[in-house]
Design a protein around this ligand. Structure first.
Ligand SMILES: Cc1ncc(COP(=O)(O)O)c(C=O)c1O
Length: 225
C-alpha cells in the first residue's frame, strides 16, 4: 500500500495489521508536502494494491486542489489493479475559502475502486464517540461490516445516533470554529516569522502551519540545549 509521507502515524500499522506492506513515498517541502503524479507513477509496481490519500493532511495541513487530485487520478486510471483509500476526515477544517474535493468526486471512473473514509472526530469534536464511516463498492462495504462485527463489534448505538445528529443537524457552528482555528493559524504564522529558523508557510487546512523540520533538527540553542 502506498502511503505519502508525512502521514498520520497510524497508517503503516493499520496496513501491517491487514497483512500488507506499507510503501512510504516521501513528498517535498517545496511541493507543499503533496505527492506529485510522477512520484505516484514511480511508486506503483505490479504488487501495489492500494494508494492511501489524505487531504487535508494530518500532520502537514496540506490540501490538494481539484487539479492536483485530477493529476493523481489520471495516473491511477492507468493502473486498474490499484484501489484508492481516501481519508477525508479533515474535510470541513479548511481555510481561506479552500474548495474541498475528493478523488471519487474528481474522477467518477475510479468510484468502483475507491473507498472514501470520514468520521465525526474532527469537525464535530466527537473523538471519544468512536464513529467513522465509509462509502465504496457494496461488496467491499459488506466485507468491512462482516470483519468489524466479528472483531470490535462496536460502535454502540448511542454513539451512532449522536453521529447521525451531528451530521444531519445544523452545520453553521462550523463556520465559527474554522474561523477561530484560522485566527490561531495566523497568530502562529505571525509569531514564527520573527524567528527565521521557525518561519512557516501557512497551509490551506487543519493544522496551523507546517515548517520543515530540517530547519531546526539537530540545532542547539546557545546554552547547549
Ligand atoms: C488522518 C486521520 N485519519 C483518521 C484519524 C482517526 O480518527 P478517529 O480515530 O479519532 O476517528 C485520524 C486521527 O487523528 C487522522 O488524523
Amino acid at each position: 500500500m502506498i502511503i505519502p509521507s508525512p502521514y498520520w502515524v497510524s497508517y503503516p500499522d493499520i496496513v501491517l495489521l491487514a497483512g500488507a506492506e506499507p510503501v512510504v513515498v516521501e513528498t517535498k517541502v517545496e511541493d507543499g508536502f503533496k505527492l506529485t503524479p510522477e512520484a505516484l507513477e514511480k511508486a506503483i509496481t505490479p504488487k501495489t494494491k492500494w494508494f492511501i490519500f489524505n487531504s487535508p493532511s494530518n500532520p502537514t495541513g496540506s490540501a490538494y486542489t481539484r487539479d492536483e487530485i485530477k493529476a493523481l487520478t489520471d495516473v491511477l486510471l492507468k493502473h486498474e489493479r490499484v484501489w484508492v483509500l481516501s481519508d477525508d476526515i479533515y474535510e470541513h477544517l479548511v481555510y481561506d475559502g479552500f474548495d474541498f474535493t475528493t478523488p471519487a468526486q474528481v474522477e467518477p471512473k475510479l468510484k468502483d475502486r475507491t473507498l472514501t473514509l470520514n468520521g465525526v472526530s474532527k469537525a464535530y469534536s466527537m473523538t471519544g464517540w468512536r464513529i467513522g464511516y465509509a462509502g465504496g463498492p457494496a461488496e467491499l462495504i459488506k466485507a468491512i461490516g462482516k470483519l468489524q462485527s466479528q472483531s470490535t463489534s462496536n460502535p454502540c448505538s448511542i454513539s451512532q445516533w449522536a453521529a447521525v445528529e451531528a451530521l444531519r443537524g445544523p452545520q453553521d457552528f462550523l463556520k465559527d470554529w474554522v474561523k477561530s482555528f484560522q485566527e490561531r493559524r495566523e497568530w502562529w504564522c505571525r509569531c514564527s516569522t520573527r524567528r527565521p529558523a521557525l518561519a512557516v508557510r501557512p497551509r490551506k487546512a487543519r493544522s496551523t502551519s507546517t515548517r520543515p523540520a530540517r530547519a531546526v533538527s539537530g540545532r542547539r540553542r546557545r546554552r547547549g540545549k
